[in-house]
Design a protein around this ligand. Structure first.
Ligand SMILES: [Zn+2]
Length: 160
């Protein structure tokens, strides 16, 4: 019961869940891509003490930045523009040092970042409750009408 209440309260502020999930997955793919490239580089330069492994470091860092941005985006939805831009930029950068997160990470990051940018945080509860005609009791679903569609009662007067 307590958990149900907590969930209800948390959902009072709309969160960019889709953007968060996509960006988080993108970060994981980019991170993995960086690790893979690092291992590949290290193996390829085995006789040079594996210095090639360094090339994957950038990919790992980019992946971590994308993951952190995704969690920030979720905890602070009002900063969605900032985190959206960062996620897109580092998804593009993931082509350096992370194979673009196996391409999938790049695409997920791009879509997630765009979702974050266009996200419109609007607290639930600000929308006006449905009006009810005081004359006939009909529920007015269209908020723009001034007259009751059922009996023609002037709603502007009856609301006051
Ligand atoms: Zn009416």
């Amino acid at each position: 019961m307590h958990q149900v209440v907590a969930v209800t309260q948390r959902s009072a502020v709309e969160r960019p869940t889709a953007a968060f999930v996509l960006s988080l997955l993108a970060g994981i793919f980019v991170l993995t891509g960086g690790v893979a490239l690092g291992i590949l580089g290290a193996v390829a330069t085995f006789f040079l003490a594996g210095v090639g492994g360094v090339i994957g470091v950038a990919g790992v860092i980019f992946g971590i930045i994308i993951i952190v941005s995704a969690t920030r985006l979720y905890s602070r939805p009002e900063e969605h523009t900032t985190w959206g831009v960062i996620i897109i930029v580092f998804s593009l950068l993931s082509w350096i040092g992370a194979f673009g997160g196996f391409v999938i990470g790049f695409i997920l990051g791009l879509v997630g970042g765009i979702f974050a940018l266009v996200f419109n945080p609007k607290p639930v509860g600000l929308t006006s409750p449905p009006r009810i005609c005081l004359k006939c009791g009909a529920q007015i679903t269209d908020p723009s009408v001034n007259f009751c569609p059922n009996c023609g009662n002037d709603l502007r007067i009856s609301q006051k």
